[in-house]
Each structure stands twice: as C-alpha cells, then as structure tokens.
Design a protein around this ligand. Structure first.
Ligand code: KG4
Ligand code: ZN
Length: 340
C-alpha cells in the first residue's frame, strides 16, 4: 500500500561521501553528508579506505538524518539507496545496510541510479529552485562523471554524450596536482583563475565526436607544458599560477560549452540543467549565464548541496519511484557499472 504522505530515507555511498536524507512530498527534511577527509593525503579517492569509512559512518549518518528530520524510523514509508554506478566496495556498504534496514522495518526498498539522481535533484522543492520542464538537457559534471542526457520524463533518460576517458573534475584535480596544488584542486584552480589572464596560454581541446568528451589528453598536455617551462625557469609555476589556472579553466569551460551548444543544436532543446560538483565552477556559471542572454537558453543550477554527491537526490528519485510502485526485489545487488 502506498502512503500519500510518505517519508523516504535516501542513502548514498557510491564514492567517498556517506550520506543520508529524509524527503517528505518533495521537501528535504534532513540532508547529512560525512565527507571522507582521509583521501586528501593520497591525492585522490582510495577505494578500500572509502568502503571502510562508509562502514564507520553509515550508522551515525542515518541516525543524524532521522534525528534532524525529527522522525522515528518506524514512520519511514520506504528506503532508497544508490545501487550504482560507483565504487563496488562503497556501493556494497549502502546496499547491504539499506536492505537490512528495510527488511527489519518491513518496508519497501527502492534502488536508485546515481546519475539519474544527479539529474532529478532539480525536482527537489527548495527555495530559489525551479524545476525544469520536459524535455530538457542535463549536463552532469563532477569528479566521477561527465555526461549530457536528454531527459524526456522522470524515467525516460537518454545519454547522448559522455566522456570516453577521464571526468571533467578529474581533469581539474589532476592538472591541479601537476601544479602542486592539494586535492581536490578544482576549487583552487577556480580561485587562482580569478586573478589570471585566460588567453595567456593555449591548451588543446581534444577532438572526439560532437557530443562526447575526452580529458586525458589535456592532462598530458598540462604535464608537458609544465615540465618544459619549469626546465627553463624553475619558478615558472609560482610566477604564472594565476594565468595557467585561468587559461586552463577557459579551455575546459569552452570545451564544455562547445559540447552543450552541439547538443542544443542537435536536439533543438534550449533548456539546460546542470549538476555535479564542477557546476560550482565560476567560469561555467558565467558562461551559462551568458548563453541565457546570448542564445535564449533557460539554465537551471540546483542549490550547491544538491549538486555534489548527496542523499537528498537519492531520496528524491526514491519518492518518485515509490509513487509509481517501482520497488526493488529483496535480492537486488550493487551494480558498479549501472547504466541510465
Ligand atoms: O560531485 P562531487 O562532489 O563528487 C564527485 O566527484 O562525484 O564533485 C567533486 C569534483 C572534484 O573533482 C572537484 O575538484 C570539483 O568537483 N569541483 C570544482 C569546483 N568545485 C568542485 N571544479 C572546478 N571548479 C570548482 N569551483
Ligand atoms: Zn556523483
């Protein structure tokens, strides 16, 4: 039986954030994220450490989410969890925890695709956030993903472009590492870029099919560029950091915008919704605002807490699936390579 006034607990553990949230009729009552700091020392996410940290964090995070929502677990209507894609060890923690809790409470289980959740986060009811109309294009950009999706309804999503190698966040983070900046370097590149000249240095834009992305060549280009210049001047990075960051950001943002323009041209859809941690980047935000003025696009950027990995978006998809009674089987398993 479907409860009209439903409370769904969402659980996210696909990468390095352990998160839990409660949603009630589209409104987020709590949104708790435990970010795993341990990976900073390694300059990237270490899968084995991530799953161990999830195991430590999941009980207190879920407890806190219920407490902040001011509800008892007995009031929950269903449990939604990230089934994939993501790191297998990390996904297993959220999956087995969710299965056990749903079984113990005798309530339905809802399996959620993480990429669909990034997109449907736009439908969370929050101040200053207006849901897009169907159809729209979704650009999901983060440390783990780079995708353009044509969204025709909540459950009709078609990937029309994606990276063939690294994600855009990785391009930021790996370039930052080459420049000697700490992990995650994306926000630091953005910060230094504010003071720099975006046209000072030229980096290549990798050539792949019109809607796809490639970033591994860019990372190599940055490495060779730095090695060559440092050999001539050991202080090259310090003396040019702002200009390097600004030029790099200009290249990446230009590349993302080229792809989006191709997608708009191909589909005729001018409504664009952005998600993922890289949507915090000031360069992409500015470029999208300009596209609204220049090309008449309608751009949607969710609140930042719903952009980065979070469980509110998992709870949102869970609620939509719950209303359609799209429940998971008791024998559902994690799927590290789950497709949209
Ligand atoms: O969505 P997210 O929190 O986690 C996943 O990767 O799934 O995204 C994190 C990524 C990192 O690569 C980080 O460097 C990047 O988003 N990022 C940024 C900025 N803020 C976060 N990249 C460029 N500019 C930013 N302001
Ligand atoms: Zn994500």
């Amino acid at each position: 039986m479907i409860e009209k006034n439903c409370y769904i607990l969402g659980i996210e553990s696909s990468c390095d954030d352990t998160a839990a949230a409660v949603i009630n009729n589209g409104v987020i009552l709590s949104n708790v994220v435990a970010t795993q700091k341990i990976h900073e020392a390694y300059g990237g996410v270490v899968p084995e450490l991530a799953s161990r940290a999830h195991q430590q964090n999941i009980v207190p995070v879920v407890h806190q989410a219920l407490q902040q929502a001011n509800i008892d677990k007995k009031q929950l209507s269903a449990i939604a969890f990230t089934r994939g894609p993501g790191l297998m060890g990390s996904l297993l923690v959220g999956t087995s925890f969710s299965k056990s809790l749903a079984f113990g409470l005798d309530i339905p289980l809802l399996d959620v695709n993480h990429m669909q959740a990034h997109i449907l986060a736009h439908f969370i009811k929050a101040e200053g956030q207006k849901a897009p109309n169907f159809p729209f294009l979704a650009l999901t950009i983060s440390g783990g993903h780079t995708q353009i999706v044509k969204v025709s309804s909540y459950f009709d999503l078609e990937v029309i472009g994606q990276t063939i190698d690294d994600a855009v966040g990785e391009a930021f983070d790996k370039s930052a590492k080459i420049l000697g900046l700490p992990y995650p370097g994306g926000p630091l590149i953005d910060k230094h870029a504010q003071q720099g000249n975006p046209k000072k240095f030229i980096f290549p834009k990798p050539k792949v099919s019109p809607l796809d992305f490639s970033f591994s060549g860019l990372k190599t280009a940055v490495l060779y560029f730095v090695q060559k210049n440092v050999a001539e001047n050991p202080n090259f990075i310090e003396e040019n950091l702002a200009d390097i960051c600004a030029s790099l950001q200009h290249t990446i943002v230009g590349y993302l915008m080229d792809k989006l323009k191709n997608a708009v041209k191909q589909t005729g859809i001018t409504q664009v919704a952005i998600g993922g941690g890289v949507s915090a980047n000031s360069g992409i935000r500015k470029a999208l605002q300009e596209a609204e003025q220049k090309y008449g696009w309608r751009v949607h950027i969710p609140k930042f807490e719903f952009c980065t990995d979070n469980a509110a978006m998992i709870a949102m998809v869970g609620e939509l699936k719950y209303k359609q009674q799209q429940f998971a089987d008791a024998n559902v398993t994690a799927n590290a390579r789950m497709k949209l």
